[in-house]
Write a protein that binds this ligand. Structure first.
Ligand SMILES: Cc1cc2nc3c(=O)[nH]c(=O)nc-3n(C[C@H](O)[C@H](O)[C@H](O)COP(=O)(O)O)c2cc1C
Length: 190
């Protein structure tokens, strides 16, 4: 191994974003309320973390105003956008050019406000905050769940652009029905 192999040049951050952008995600709007003030931010760095206790996580850039809200609020909500809510994704990402905001309604809810018309919402009590470079990971303990009865047509984000499912799902299945960790066997050679 040469000296160059031992210390390869640090990858370019823009290439990092392009590569990680190939991990297709849904799009969520994180909401939090502090007293009478409500703030909402588009996020796709969202994940389910633990089943016992029920935990989720959202990664928020330290430069985002949302940070201050999430630090002060007792909780937050993750609102999972439907395919017809791209305008709201742009609006809550600060990428809205028109003078009038797109129509939306935030209902007071558990953890944080619930954005109407979403596929589902997850209400959380603040559990832990982890410093992570130029972002903070906000872990929430799930205290409420809401699922829409509307057809399952999520808004997707992939390679820096919005997408839709070609074949929408018909029912929300428990992922363990198709991915059972007990059933997975790893075979090594010999
Ligand atoms: C599809 C999409 C996903 C995003 N995901 C995140 C994210 O996970 N975390 C984050 O901090 N910003 C994310 N952003 C950027 C924020 O939405 C944007 O910086 C916003 O203006 C921050 O709002 P605030 O400063 O009002 O809180 C995303 C933007 C888009 C369009």
């Amino acid at each position: 191994m040469s000296a160059t192999d031992a210390h390869p040049p640090a990858p370019d951050p823009r290439e990092f974003r392009r590569v990680m952008g190939l991990f297709a995600t849904g799009v969520a709007v994180v909401t939090a309320a502090v007293d009478a003030r409500v703030h909402a931010m588009t996020a796709n760095a969202v994940m389910s973390v633990s089943l016992d206790p029920l935990l989720v996580c959202v990664s928020v850039g330290k430069g985002a105003r949302m940070n201050r809200f999430l630090e002060e609020a007792a909780g937050f909500a993750l609102n999972i956008l439907a395919e017809d809510q791209e305008a709201l994704s742009r609006y809550f990402a600060g990428m809205w050019q028109a003078a009038e905001p797109p129509p939306y309604r935030l209902e007071p809810w558990v953890g944080g406000p619930r954005l109407e018309g979403c596929l589902a919402s997850v209400g959380c009590a603040r559990h832990q905050v982890v410093e992570a470079g130029d972002h903070r990971l906000f872990l929430g303990r799930v205290v409420a769940l809401h699922r829409s009865q509307a057809p399952l047509r999520p808004l997707l984000f992939f390679a820096g652009a919005y997408h839709r499912l070609r074949e929408p799902a018909h029912a929300a299945r428990d992922p363990l029905e198709i991915w059972d960790p007990e059933a997975i066997r790893i075979y090594y050679g010999d």
